[in-house]
Design a protein around this ligand. Structure first.
Ligand code: LLP
Length: 441
């Protein structure tokens, strides 16, 4: 969906530097509905012929315009907190296509999911008991998937690897197969075990680990069915990686993923759930900033931009690679080997290291690609950066989907009356920072 013509970068039909010329303040997030829809269709095609639910992991992107677009196409929602339950319900998602996850769900999370009528995953024995108690309190029955920890190494960054025995997620196969848990299941009156769930980790580049996990799940399906549980679903989580390098690498996609497990699913008469996050929203979003200045320290060049780890923490947190380019390349000078860094007072604040960019001028627009998953949702107000705006491109149209936060938004939750009514900076004269109406100390 991104194309370059005469040095200018376009997203769908929109020349991105025009947005800056039009005066949109940077940094901001920008999404492509076209890319998002294309990504969802790839899942639809992959699951054709199978009973299946594709439930977008909304933790990767909460933007209401994107969520509504996915919902309209038939997607469900994978949620991980009561507020994600509320968000998805408010945006019209079908609770029958929603699933609440979490290794530490609170009573409030469980009550929200039960009131909405979503499926719930049980991460541990205590979680099962909590679900039972919450469902009993609500005089209802909770449809549950047991989360299996299959002890399989997905070979991804340790922070986003979830299926190894020493990870905090799920219950090992032998525990589910064990007499104790099966005994507990027999005592539950408000829980119906409908299936098994497994999510190995994120940024999977091969599907073999998922096929291996299926081999762990199948005997458990048979065991639980033999115990009388109406098992009709296997949820294989999310996890597929995207081409962050933007070098056209071939990665396993939804077709390979589903093909690896289709015969098993059909043979065992199981409905497939998938919970993709990154592979739906990742390449549909970018972070746009402007160059503040260029400097050299020793032999290192730095391009300092107004986007930072406050808006996109993935490079700092996981050493993740996000491709970075200038919006307009034609007018710029010879290449510069540089680190692209933000203005935050911390050396961890970088967006890219050792990049070759055409020497930019101050004010030039910069794009950080593939920020549509775990971008805005992990943004912070560090250094009191207020949360940025989100724009959505659909064909040749761009619209503001969520405005940038203002200082007043930020201050709204202050309880201390003095802080709330204290100094107000005169916005008519921001450079002079005139303080008027100071009533506090
Ligand atoms: N299902 C479960 C149970 C999950 O825990 C996750 C992600 C997903 C589905 C979606 O996975 P995806 O398809 O997006 O890989 N902040 C990290 C990623 C954390 C992923 C956590 N779980 C990052 O920026 O890479």
């Amino acid at each position: 969906m991104f194309t370059r013509r005469d040095g200018a970068l376009y997203l769908e039909g929109v020349r991105l530097s025009d947005l800056l010329t039009a005066g949109i303040p940077t940094p901001f997030y920008l999404y492509s509905l076209g890319q998002l829809r294309q990504n969802y269709r790839a899942y639809e095609d992959a699951v054709a012929g199978l009973p299946a639910t594709v439930a977008f992991a909304i933790k990767s992107n909460h933007n209401p315009t994107l969520l509504s677009a996915l919902r309209e196409m038939g997607a469900g929602a994978t949620v991980v907190s009561r507020h994600e339950v509320e968000h998805a319900i408010r945006l019209g998602f079908d609770p029958g296509k929603m699933l609440l996850h979490g290794n530490g769900k609170t009573r409030a999370d469980l009550h929200a999911a039960l009131s909405a009528g979503t499926l719930i995953s049980a991460d541990s024995e205590f979680d099962l008991v909590h679900i039972e108690e919450a469902a009993r309190d609500q005089k209802t029955t909770a449809p549950v998937l047991l989360r299996v920890n299959p002890d399989i190494d997905p070979q991804v960054h340790p922070y986003i690897s979830t299926g190894l025995l020493d990870s905090k997620f799920g219950m090992p196969g032998p525990v589910i197969d064990g007499l104790r848990l099966r005994g507990t299941l027999r005592t539950l009156r408000h829980v119906v075990v409908r299936g098994l769930h497994c999510h190995l980790g994120s940024t999977l580049r091969r599907v073999q680990p998922v096929a291996d996990a299926m081999r762990v799940l199948l005997p458990l399906v048979e065991r639980l069915r033999a115990d009388g549980h109406p098992i009709d679903t296997v949820d294989l989580g999310g996890g597929l990686d995207i081409d962050y390098n933007r070098r056209g690498e071939t990665l396993a996609g939804p077709v390979e993923l589903v093909a690896a497990v289709r015969p098993d699913l059909l043979a065992a008469r199981l409905r497939l759930w998938l919970e993709p996050g990154r592979s739906l929203s990742g390449n549909a979003g970018a972070l746009i900033g402007r160059v503040i200045g260029v400097k050299h320290n020793g032999r290192r060049g730095f391009v300092i931009v107004d986007a930072s780890m406050a808006q996109l923490i993935r490079p700092s947190l996981y050493n993740a690679y996000h491709h970075i380019e200038l919006l307009e390349e034609a007018a710029t000078g010879p290449p510069l080997r540089c680190d692209v860094v933000g203005p935050i007072c911390e050396s961890a604040d970088f967006l890219g290291k050792d990049r070759d960019l055409p020497l930019p001028a101050e004010g030039d627009g910069v794009i950080v690609y593939d920020a549509g998953a775990y971008g805005f949702v992990m943004a912070s107000r560090y250094n009191l950066n207020l949360l940025p705006a989100e724009y959505v491109v659909d064909g040749a149209a761009v619209r503001l989907s969520r405005r940038a936060e203002t200082y007043e938004d930020f201050a709204r939750t202050f309880v201390d009356r003095e802080a709330r009514s204290a100094a107000v900076i005169d916005r008519e004269a921001p450079s002079a920072a005139v303080i008027k109406g100071r009533t506090g100390p």
